[in-house]
Design a protein around this ligand. Structure first.
Ligand code: KIV
Length: 271
């Protein structure tokens, strides 16, 4: 199916219609203006300003260190580039777990200062009160279940979640709760495809999968991973659409060689 580039701005309502008619939803991360412009122009439905910025932009080992101010900086750059895509921004670790008042004020800062269109939050029933309060203020919320990287020190590993029945049951309950609260969509990260299919079929709202198989209503990847900018990260679920590390490395090395060899600039490249 080709992308309808005539659509002015993707809304949560349009995403729901896409699920209803069986059209898959494409979501990709971006963290800066130039990348977001490319992603938006390609016809992306949702741009996620993920807290994965902590890893791929800042070089941290986990998503925990990134701050609300830093997320707002990345998000405002992306919003300036996005003409079509819905821009969803992660509430970073520590900005919503304390209490619902703090959660609401973090979400308001993201909407007001960055101009975002929605926020994403990791967790289920335990953050229900915060989700409700944010939704009551008119801010759309995307949920995130399964492997939730902000809880990495609880999990201890980035392996597949909800393989055991007890954890799968909790995920089923959480997904229904998030829908009941009014979330417009839920990310399902790194869970068995069979469970993702069951959850996607049981919900009326769209699910967006990452490492959760082909039956989710949409897919999301981290842009640095799918473009092959990160050479080391190659999990089974990742499809690498380019090898930009090699392309960029070759170009930059060529430039260094040209400067050293007095080959750049030449007389056509000067004033
Ligand atoms: O931060 C992020 O990029 C994410 C995606 C992996 C879903 O949450």
């Amino acid at each position: 199916m080709s992308v309808n580039k005539e659509v002015k701005r993707i809304t949560t309502h349009i995403l729901q219609e896409m699920k209803n008619r069986g059209e898959k939803i494409a979501m990709l991360t971006a963290y800066d203006f130039s990348m977001a412009a490319i992603v938006d122009n390609a016809g992306m439905d949702i741009i996620l300003v993920g807290d994965s910025a902590s890893n791929v932009m800042a070089g941290h080992e986990t998503t925990l260190p990134i701050t609300l101010d830093q997320m707002i900086y990345h998000a405002s750059s992306v919003v300036r580039a996005a003409k079509r895509s819905l821009v969803v921004v992660d509430l970073p670790f520590g900005s919503y777990q304390g209490n619902s008042k703090e959660a609401l004020s973090s979400a308001i800062r993201i909407m007001k200062e960055a101009g975002a269109h929605a926020v994403k939050m990791e967790g289920g029933v335990e953050i229900a009160e915060s989700i409700s309060r944010i939704l009551t203020a008119g801010i759309p919320v995307m949920g995130h279940l399964g492997l939730t990287p902000q809880s990495i020190y609880k999990f201890g590993t980035y392996t597949v979640r909800a393989k055991e029945e007890a954890e799968a049951d909790k995920l089923r309950e959480d997904a229904l709760k998030l829908q009941e609260l009014g979330c417009f969509s839920i990310v399902l990260e790194k869970i068995p495809s069979k469970l993702a299919k069951e959850v996607s079929e049981s919900l009326s709202i769209p699910t967006i999968g990452i490492g959760a198989g082909q039956h989710c209503d949409g897919q999301v990847l981290v842009i640095h991973d799918m473009l092959g900018i990160n050479k080391e990260f190659k999990p089974r679920f990742l499809r690498q659409y380019a090898s930009l590390y090699d392309v960029m490395n070759e170009a930059v090395t060529h430039y260094v060689d040209d400067v050293k060899a007095k080959n750049f600039p030449n007389n056509k490249e000067e004033y």
